[in-house]
Ligand binder design. Structure first.
Ligand code: HEC
Length: 173
């Protein structure tokens, strides 16, 4: 068998498999091949009707940790690093009742508005209420279990409290 005959046969066989057909460069419509569908290249369809998907900034995640809040006027011993860590932890448990970003839900009050039901919003109070939960809610129908039902150590609770404090003191007040 001559070399070019052999090559044609191999190529013919490859055209039966779509992936191999691509590699072998089969004509569109050739046996086993397929026509290329690319609406982006179609002059009938305006390019603007198919904009590129939004770019995702590397290092961000969708949801809880998307936008970092920058705290002002943190109490002594509370750092921005704690606020950042607390933001990640908050998204694992607390946001179920208090909403992403502490915006509130039917199961728990907003924590980002400087309005308080059980406390005045001081950092030590926030630490305490996270540890103890709220067994007897004043306005909401359900309780808050200790640590929101999560298992956080003291350092994590301190970080979550830093985040809650920063959320409610974004104006620097
Ligand atoms: C199961 C729902 C639920 C979860 C989970 C939860 N909470 Fe709560 N939280 C509540 C309720 C209910 C209250 C009390 C509202 C009331 O008194 O009517 C509350 C109160 C609070 C308060 C005091 C708010 C105020 O105005 O008095 C803080 C601060 C707080 N939660 C932080 C957290 C943090 C941080 C987490 C995560 C570790 C968390 N909560 C998890 C339901 C929840």
């Amino acid at each position: 068998m001559k070399a070019d005959v052999f090559r044609r046969r191999v190529r013919g066989a490859a055209c039966l498999l779509p992936a191999a057909a691509l590699l072998a460069g089969c004509e569109p419509g050739a046996e086993g091949g397929y026509a290329r569908i690319a609406y982006r290249d179609d002059p009938e369809v305006p390019r603007a009707a198919h904009p590129d998907p939004p770019a995702v900034t590397p290092g961000t995640t969708v949801g809880a940790a998307a936008a970092r809040i920058v705290a002002t006027n943190l109490p002594q011993g509370v750092t921005q690093a704690m606020v950042d860590e607390g933001q990640d932890q908050f998204g694992t448990v607390c946001s179920a009742c208090h909403g992403q970003g502490g915006t509130g839900s039917q199961a728990g009050p907003a924590l980002n508005d400087g309005q308080w039901i059980n406390i005045t919003g001081q950092y030590p109070e926030i630490v305490a209420i996270i540890n103890n939960g709220v067994a007897d809610p004043k306005q909401f129908p359900g309780i808050m279990p200790p640590k929101g039902g999560g298992s956080f150590d003291d350092q994590q609770v301190a970080a979550i409290a830093a985040y809650v404090y920063a959320l409610s003191h974004q104006g620097g007040a």
